[in-house]
Design a protein around this ligand. Structure first.
Ligand code: ZN
Length: 401
């Protein structure tokens, strides 16, 4: 068993210890000390990082009470040596704020709503707690967030101590302890008693601000994501900055941004609608003009049009307009986006099979495609051959008549 200094003083950052053994875990040197401040990943809380005699510790695990410090490089010391350890305090203190915040939130939610916390997870960016309820009341998020922050400012003492099984039964624990014998209790001054091996702040004042980020339903439970302390502050700062940037774009107050965005969305939708209408009108004019100027083959207008900018969708729209007119064959191509799109079409009263015509013409230039007698599309020909594909198709069409 490794002596756990963190159990008695979560604020201790430096310590001296003796090396008991050096093993290997996950391909890394795993140092066992007689005592340590390093918290191992356990109870939902992430491990500490830091240094042992200047060598970085990037993972800490516990095996039957023995703490393993996983190093990033071979240790410059041997078993029996005295070493100095130091933990990354900002990382540890962040974990303490999140973990103490979870105890406070779980008890507060239980007292106000009767929902129990069934599991917790402390992540690098966000932490979550799962409640034994499928849906939360509408007022839940706002109410809990406000009450949690108010409670935090009472600066209630948070203490950790060991008691035995018999004494545990006298405490109003939210959940029964997972271990027996000597049990470590983390108490928020008469408010919450939890059997917990984690590291905690001295008073609830160090947890604030507390922010409930979101809720998600997970089967018959609800997952609550929260941020405490500096994490919540940073989140607030980031969000405030984003909102201020948005407000500056509108030259408005931050509070006016949602209504302005909504108004802009409506305007955009109207503009898109009128733009579509205008485009259709314009296409109708272009198509009418193309038909008028098109050469006739046996009374059929052969419209040939190659565009450098029209997307495939526009070619399709043009085909629809062409097909609506009598006695028309449309040979359309586009080289937009350095890609050849070819669409052939004809009116129902014209007799040519444009599917065959398109397949043949594209194949001649290394492309491919095909379709029905009255409509076909394809591509794959070199961009600089697009106009030639159409000319070739026109020649074929003339020859066949
Ligand atoms: Zn805990």
């Amino acid at each position: 068993m490794t002596e756990r200094l963190d159990y008695f003083d979560a604020y201790q950052q430096r310590f001296d210890a003796r090396v008991v053994a050096i093993e290997e875990r996950n391909g890394a040197p795993a140092v066992i000390l007689d005592r340590t401040c390093f918290y191992p990943t356990s109870g939902g809380q992430l491990h500490d990082t830091g240094f042992l005699d200047g060598v970085a510790v990037n993972d800490v695990v516990v095996e039957q009470g023995v703490i393993m410090h996983l190093l990033t490089a071979p240790p410059p010391f041997s078993p029996g040596a005295a070493v100095a350890g130091v933990i990354d305090w900002s990382r540890r203190y962040d974990h303490m704020q999140q973990h103490s915040g979870q105890h406070l939130l779980s008890q507060l939610i239980y007292q106000r709503f009767g929902f129990e916390t069934v599991s917790v997870h402390f992540g690098r960016e966000e932490s979550t707690l799962d409640l034994d309820v499928a849906a939360l009341p509408a007022s839940f998020m706002q109410e809990v967030e406000l009450a949690a922050n108010e409670l935090a400012y009472y600066a209630l003492d948070i203490r950790a101590y060991f008691i035995d099984d018999a004494a545990v039964s006298l405490l109003p624990l939210r959940r029964p302890p997972a271990v027996s014998g000597q049990i470590r209790i983390v108490e928020i001054d008469g408010f919450d008693y939890s059997a917990c091996g984690g590291t905690h702040v001295h008073t609830t004042a160090e947890i604030a601000p507390i922010k409930l980020v979101r809720q998600e339903r997970r089967r018959n439970q609800t997952r609550l994501t929260f941020l405490c302390g500096l994490r919540a502050f940073r989140d607030y700062a980031d969000k405030a900055r984003s909102l201020a940037e948005c407000a500056a774009l509108f030259s408005a107050d931050a509070a006016a941004v949602p209504a302005l965005v909504q108004k802009m969305q409506l305007q955009l939708r109207e503009l898109e609608k009128s733009n579509t209408e205008l485009q259709q009108q314009m296409l109708a004019h272009i198509v009418a003009d193309l038909i008028e100027r098109a050469p006739r083959v046996d009374g059929v207008a052969v419209v040939e049009h190659c565009s450098a900018s029209a997307p495939l969708e526009t070619l399709k729209q043009m085909a629809t307009l062409l097909r609506a007119q009598p006695q028309v064959v449309g040979l359309l191509a586009s080289t937009a986006g350095d890609k050849v799109n070819v669409v052939f079409c004809r009116s129902d009263d014209a007799s040519i099979h444009v599917g065959d015509l398109l397949r043949e013409a594209l194949a001649h230039f290394g492309g491919r495609g095909g379709g029905r007698p009255e409509y076909a599309q394809g591509g794959g020909a070199p961009v600089d051959a697009a106009a030639d594909v159409l000319a070739y198709a026109r020649q074929q069409l003339i020859q066949k008549h």
